[in-house]
Write a protein that binds this ligand. Structure first.
Ligand SMILES: Nc1ncnc2c1ncn2[C@@H]1O[C@H](COP(=O)(O)OP(=O)(O)OP(=O)(O)O)[C@@H](O)[C@H]1O
Ligand code: SF4
Ligand SMILES: [Mg+2]
Length: 327
């Protein structure tokens, strides 16, 4: 059974249609990467999954089930029991998530006291044990320090500790390694992988970095202009990429065969105040056809049923594909 099933999530913030159709699912223990260029709606999707969007945002979904519950029906009180407990988030910038006036230890311990009813002492001991597991030296002394006394990499680990302390069923990580140097980044990834193996936590991992995706994800959802445009396993999306946007994204990354070549995708994404009625990628797509003025649905691709692309090229009766199958 799936842990999360999200179908046709839409989020508008004033005139901006930030998320226009995001559909994704996660099985327990699965790690799904959510990729796409800046402004395509990844963080708005993440914040919506924790019901953290400002009240000015309008959120709708055709389906939004988590652990057997319809999340569209929850009260704010019920959300408070879920956030940081069943679903937790690692934010991109630790300084915005951490309180500068509270010690690191008390901030890590707080969710345990609120959600699990642990005593102050027990929660503190658990926080120290977790810091130790995250390779923080002298964890007891470190727990008594304030955020300004921590380096960037240590703050990131403190924030991971805060997010995972209650062993959530779903961890949303919004660019958790972008601000870190390569060594700390590798360390953080291995910590997340280990936590996932030990507690079976499912992860939605948002990143720009396709190298990181290849290292950590089982499945990938590619977003463009507020929509998921390609979904599949890591192999489907990276070895048999089906959507012209995913193909362009992959070409933009230097690879083993072509280590120095970085091909920028020509053009800019559409203005989400006036998104196009047809395919969102049409203005930048070199395979554009007349039918692309109409919004493409998600079509299954050839490799597996779970591999889907929102592109008319994958219409089962697309003439080019008729020709291919005749050969
Ligand atoms: N609070 C807000 N008020 C108004 N517009 C917003 C707000 N938050 C996000 N947006 C808009 O929604 C769209 C999606 O933004 P989002 O932050 O989700 O992008 P992103 O994919 O996370 O980008 P990045 O990779 O740069 O983090 C953007 O056009 C952004 O300007
Ligand atoms: S639907 Fe058309 S414009 Fe959009 S990605 Fe596919 S071929 Fe390109
Ligand atoms: Mg973002």
């Amino acid at each position: 059974m799936k842990l999360l099933e999200l179908d046709n999530l839409q989020v508008s913030i004033g005139p901006v249609q930030a998320v226009r159709d995001v559909s994704l699912s996660l099985a327990p223990g699965e790690c799904r990467a959510l990729v796409g260029e800046s402004g395509c709606g990844k963080s708005v999707t993440a914040m919506s999954l924790l019901n953290l969007m400002p009240p000015t945002a309008q959120t709708n979904a055709a389906r939004w089930d988590f652990a057997g519950r319809d999340m569209r029906q929850l009260s704010e009180r019920e959300w408070r029991r879920i956030r940081g407990n069943e679903i937790a988030m690692i934010f991109q910038n630790p300084m915005t998530a951490l309180d500068p006036t509270q010690t690191i230890g008390s901030q890590i311990a707080e969710p345990l006291r609120i959600h699990k009813g642990l005593s102050k002492r027990e929660a503190r001991m658990r926080a120290i044990a977790l810091l130790e597991r995250l390779a923080i030296a002298n964890p007891a002394q470190r727990a008594a320090q304030y955020p300004f006394e921590f380096s960037g990499g240590m703050l990131q680990r403190a924030m991971i500790a805060m997010a995972v302390v209650c062993e959530p069923q779903l961890l949303i990580a919004d660019e958790p390694t972008t601000a870190l140097d390569v060594t700390v980044q590798a360390e953080v990834l291995s910590i997340l992988r280990e936590l996932r193996e030990s507690s079976g936590t499912a992860m939605l991992f948002i990143t720009h970095d396709l190298g990181v995706v290849a290292e950590i994800a089982d499945s990938v959802s590619v977003m463009y202009a507020g929509q998921t445009v390609e979904t599949g396993s890591l192999q489907d999306v990276f070895s048999r990429e089906a959507h012209p946007y995913t193909q362009a994204l992959k070409r933009a990354v230097p690879n083993m065969e072509n280590p120095h070549r970085l091909e920028a995708i020509a053009g800019t994404p559409p203005d989400l105040r006036h998104p196009p009625k047809g395919c969102g990628f049409a203005a930048r797509c070199c395979e554009r056809m007349a039918i692309c003025d109409q919004l493409p649905p998600n079509f299954p691709c050839e490799s597996t049923a779970a591999h889907q692309a929102r592109c008319w090229l994958w219409h089962p009766e697309h003439p080019a594909r008729w020709r291919e199958s005749e050969q």
